[in-house]
Design a protein around this ligand. Sequence first.
Ligand code: FE2
Length: 268
Amino acid sequence: MNILFVGDVFGSPGRHIVREHLPHVLETHAVDLLIINGENSAGGFGITPSIAEELFDLGAHVITTGNHIWDKKEIVEYMTVPANSHVRGRRVLRPANFAHGTPGFGLYEGELGNGTKYAVMNMQGRVFMASSDDPFRKADELLTMIERNTNAKVILLDFHAEATSEKAALGWYLDGRVTAVLGTHTHVPTADERLLHHGTAYQTDVGMSGPFDSIIGVETELVLKRFLTGMPGKFEAAKGNPKMCATLISCDGATGRAHHIQRIMLGE
Ligand code: FE2
């Protein structure tokens, strides 16, 4: 089966480029499972319920996020649903290793039309990021939970983290236990996509779906001013040179073992 993961959708340029290219990619590669990181899809900061609906309408089975998940307050109510709920808000994830009692969930277990069970986990790094629980032990905990709940073998982790070393470490830690460990957050795609020794597909960062004439999505001038003067100022999403970054993974639907991983970058 084929899984497509679309990297951090950034603002309206990101949403437009994804809307433009996604249908063709889904069809060409016969994608069975679509996951989109949408943490910056609303103006570059956070996600709203209507934008989440828009991404679900494009075919997303699950939307993952990260440190910007609460930037738009209205998403809190949308995600505050029971664990066994079938509403779409249940399929917007926040990192699973956020503090106990945080709204929403960091794990979603679902079933495709053909009966294949799958699970998506979202986790945040601890190096150069706000404090959160241990993502390694949390991953162990979630895998035990998956085994007990649905016994899904197709398992994908979006590791939203800054440090390459932490991402690589979690990739090797979970090798053979999940289908893929894909990094997000830096907005820069890395050329290290590979299959680890025991069948886990790995890439340090999928990259951004958004404006590449920018500093990781934000208007260049505004970020430069911040670096040059240290003065506060409002950041706004850039518009130029939008590209869609995504990663395609092929795996055995019965065992969850990955056998191919491919980087995709599409744009003008
Ligand atoms: Fe982020």
